[in-house]
Design a protein around this ligand. Structure first.
Ligand code: HAM
Length: 426
């Protein structure tokens, strides 16, 4: 066995299609994205919740909807061989969040604002901005009926784009009414599509009686004119839905947020009513939606809780990350100091010198493993550190350390360890 291992080169195991590593060169920008989002969510009073990645399959079937792309063909679902449970890797966060709210009685003391982040899984065709494992930051508010919360979430996102340095993201808005209004509209739409059966593609024919609203969303160029001319739900909204939508539009205008009403925006998940929205960019090709959400006032009840209005959204983090890169936003993790140590005595003292500097609040990379002064200085340069701190026999004897600026020209200087912080500044 041991011999086998030595003689045969072992085959490398590769990551699965659509599943990616986020490499260290990119994590500083991810931190910038996540930290900025976290700070803004706190400003708006949202509290973090962490749900499991695996949930009962039924949760998604009953919330996202049986006749959606996600449930029909994109879920990583399996039967646990140990006990027969039907399980699914979460394709989105709203369903799990609603389950957690009900299970833990989180609205017992009144409305709550929650946010979560993490990996989601959908077995989709892979392309730029579309992975099988991707990450979202999601936000859900429970117990608020009025459109202030819809507006607040949209404005929060506008603030995020601005803070991240990304521009030209457009807001698309629609109201898909309440269940009864949608049921009437559904019949109108089926009748309209049946009249244009010759233009419908296979996908549209399949959806005609299960999910006709989704046909409006079709990207098929042959169906565009027909979809554009389809009857609009907005005209059939009742008083309450219409007022809700008008108030939302007013609040957005008040906040100076531009939007366009897209009558064909219905979203790919079944739980929505009234408000639906998407933030869209033209900079990422076909996968231009960087965040989407809306109201889902009946979902809590449908999943066994007491009637609780709700509204939320999720941001596609990979897409926002790509957009940040597109706009030249950068971030890096620059150490303050790379600690070079040459000579037996210096090598012995370097470890504790590094700790002393860290104690003073500096980010210090300790050169480990010896080597010549020249090779250590090369590594210091490559580390991106602002300064090389040099500990040699001379310095040890004098109880000092030498500092050489690496990012800009400047003299090498010597100082006491406890003076380094003030010497190099923040
Ligand atoms: P969603 O529109 O399915 O909504 O996903 C939200 C965002 O996640 C999308 O706009 C997109 O940016 C990103 N996304 C979706 N699929 C992929 C993928 N395969 N690869 C990369 N990014 C992707 C939801 O998930 C709802 N739970 C949002 C919500 C929360 N509604 C109410 N509350």
């Amino acid at each position: 066995m041991a011999e086998d291992l030595i003689q045969k080169p072992q085959q490398k195991i590769q990551s699965i299609k659509g599943f990616y590593d986020i490499l260290p060169e990119h994590t500083p920008l991810w931190f910038k994205l996540e930290d900025t989002a976290r700070a803004i969510l706190s400003q708006y009073g949202y509290n973090n919740i962490r749900m499991p990645i695996v949930e009962a399959t039924d949760l998604f079937v009953r919330s996202v909807g049986e006749h959606t792309d996600i449930v029909e063909k994109e879920m990583y679902a399996w039967t646990d061989v140990l006990n027969g449970d039907k399980l699914t890797l979460r394709p989105e966060g709203t369903a799990g969040c609603v389950r957690a709210v009900i299970e833990n009685n989180l609205t017992y003391n009144g409305p709550v604002r929650l946010w979560y982040s993490g990996a989601m899984f959908r077995h989709e065709n892979v392309q730029k901005g579309r992975q099988r494992q991707f990450h979202q930051i999601g936000c859900e508010a429970f117990g608020f009926e009025s459109p202030e919360v819809d507006a607040e979430q949209i404005v929060l996102l506008a603030r995020l784009w601005q803070a991240l340095g990304i521009k030209d993201v457009a807001l698309q808005l629609n109201s898909i009414g309440d269940a009864a209004e949608r049921a009437t509209y559904r019949n109108t739409l089926i009748a309209y599509f049946e009249k244009h059966a010759d233009v419908l593609d296979e996908d549209a024919k399949r959806r005609l009686h299960t999910n006709p609203l989704r046909i409006l969303d079709s990207k098929n160029p042959r169906m565009q004119t027909m979809c554009e001319a389809a009857p609009k739900l907005m005209g059939g909204l009742g008083e309450a839905s219409r007022t809700h939508f008008e108030k939302l539009c007013q609040l957005l205008q008040q906040a100076g947020i531009a939007y366009s009403i897209n009558h064909r925006l219905v979203r790919g998940l079944d739980y929505y009513n009234r408000t639906v929205f998407e933030w869209v960019t033209t900079k990422l090709g076909a996968q231009g939606t960087i965040a989407g959400g809306g109201r889902y006032d009946t979902l809590v009840e449908r999943l066994g809780g007491i009637t609780t209005p709700a509204c939320g959204f999720a941001i596609g983090l990979e897409r926002v990350f790509l957009l940040m890169q597109e706009y030249g936003v950068t971030a890096n993790n620059v150490p303050d100091i790379y600690l070079v140590n040459v000579g037996e005595l210096a090598e012995q003292q370097a470890f504790s010198a590094a700790e002393t500097l860290r104690e003073a609040g500096l980010n210090v990379v300790l050169h480990a493993g010896g080597g010549s002064f020249k090779s250590q200085m090369k590594k210091a340069d490559r580390s991106g550190a602002r300064y090389a701190a040099i500990l040699g026999d001379d310095e040890v004897a004098a109880g000092e350390i030498s500092l050489k600026p690496l990012l800009q020209a400047g003299e090498q200087k010597r100082c006491k360890l406890n003076e380094v912080r003030s010497f190099i500044g923040e």
